[in-house]
Structures are given as structure tokens and as C-alpha cells.
Design a protein around this ligand. Structure first.
Ligand code: ADE
Length: 225
């Protein structure tokens, strides 16, 4: 699967894709991440990509042309399933959306800055607008990295244990059960004895019960859904 991320701050995206699971997924050629510097598509001699808002008001607006020429160049090279704009006024990302997007081949992600991007880019090119939560960040780069991570870990072969993405919190609409490793007793805190029993059916029943309890306590909204 291929991601093309368009940004004014390509350096911000070096680290998230340069380590651990996402780095390995790229080495194994399961995932390709291409980061494009929006300023390379500015025709202006100062390489600026923003301008004052029509109608006045504070903050700058990202201009149409640099985004349009970068998106159109990519779309001339291959077919894209989605052009996604990361924005706090988008639909909130959740596991179901990540699952759906994981069946795509090619995705373009636009990162906004300042006040945001000219509405006409959204009207003409964008197929999906996603938020990572009800708070405002300084740009779309970290949200874009989160989106790529949430999708890439679902692709076959990316996680070493193929079943582990399936047992994540949210995959069955519930939060995960508590987990433990050695030692069995730490400063008087003991691991629930059932986990040491070796009785698989009882362990699974305990985990199911804990998942339900935790979801009821922390995220009752998930059970209503
Ligand atoms: N850009 C700034 N804040 C954001 C958010 N919460 N989600 C997605 N993109 C953003």
C-alpha cells in the first residue's frame, strides 16, 4: 500500500516512519510512504504557499495552486482510492475507518497549517476529511502519521503475529482485558491466579468478562453503539 503525504514540514514526518513497525513494513515493501514538500510546488519566488484570507480575519490560508499541482501530478502517475485532508472539523478517526481504509492501494494525505486550506481544494480534490480528536494541533503532520500507523499495522505481514491486530482494543467493539507478564508477584501485587492456571477456556472466559467490565466502566458509549 502506498501513502503520499503533502506537507510544508516534511522533516516532521521523518521520525514516525523511520523506526520500529513502520520502518520494517517499508523495508519489507508492504508499505511505501512518500513525503512531498508543498513548497516545491510553489511558483512564487519566495516559495510561499499561503496568503491572506478573503473577507479579512486572523491567520493565513494555504493556497490552491501548490496543492492542486502536486495532487494532479500524483493522480497522473497512478489511480488513488482517496485524497484525505486531516482537519479538526473532519469525521473522527476510529478503528472501523482504519479497517476500511486498509483495503486501499494508494492514498494521498494533505496536511494543513495556519488557518487551513482554501475551501476549493476540499471541494474539488478531497474525498475524505478526518480528525484525530476534538482538539486543535498546529498542523496535520502528526494526525497524518497517526492515520498511516493505524492503517499500516492492519496490513497482512506488517505485525509479526498476524492475529495481534485482530485482538486489539476496538476490533471487537470492546476495550482490551488487563495484561500481565513476569514476575507473578511484584511488591505484593499478584497476577490474577486464573492466568497462571493453564486452563485456556477459563482464561478466555475471564478475558471476555474483563473486556466487558472495562468497556462498561470506561467507554459505555461503545456498548450502546
Ligand atoms: N489538524 C489540526 N488539528 C487536527 C486534528 N485534531 N485532527 C486532524 N487534523 C488536525
Amino acid at each position: 500500500m502506498r501513502f503520499d503525504i503533502i506537507t510544508v514540514l516534511p522533516q516532521l514526518l521523518e521520525s514516525p516512519f523511520g523506526h520500529s513497525i513502520l520502518q520494517r513494513a517499508q523495508k519489507k515493501e508492504l508499505v511505501e510512504v512518500h513525503v512531498h514538500n508543498l513548497r516545491d510546488y510553489s511558483t512564487n519566488k519566495h516559495k510561499s504557499v499561503d496568503d491572506y484570507p478573503y473577507g479579512g480575519g486572523s491567520g493565513m490560508v494555504m493556497q490552491i495552486e501548490p496543492f492542486a499541482s502536486c495532487i494532479e501530478k500524483l493522480q497522473n502517475e497512478r489511480q488513488y482510492d482517496e485524497v484525505i485532508y486531516m482537519t479538526p472539523d473532519g469525521v473522527t478517526l476510529n478503528q472501523e475507518i482504519a479497517n476500511e481504509l486498509s483495503s486501499s492501494q494508494n492514498i494521498i494525505i494533505l496536511c494543513g497549517h495556519y488557518k487551513g486550506i482554501d475551501q476549493r481544494i476540499r471541494d474539488v480534490f478531497v474525498t475524505k476529511e478526518l480528525s484525530i480528536g476534538d482538539y486543535v494541533l498546529s498542523g496535520g503532520e502528526l494526525p497524518a502519521a497517526i492515520l498511516v500507523d493505524a492503517i499500516a499495522r492492519l496490513l497482512p505481514g506488517v505485525l509479526s503475529d498476524e492475529t495481534s491486530a485482530l485482538s486489539d482494543s476496538f476490533q471487537d467493539g470492546l476495550l482490551d482485558a488487563p495484561i500481565y507478564t513476569r514476575p507473578a508477584i511484584w511488591r505484593g501485587h499478584v497476577v490474577p491466579p486464573i492466568l497462571l492456571s493453564g486452563h485456556e477456556a477459563k482464561i478466555n472466559a475471564w478475558r471476555d468478562d474483563q473486556q466487558l467490565k472495562r468497556t462498561q466502566e470506561r467507554r459505555p458509549d461503545l456498548l450502546n453503539d
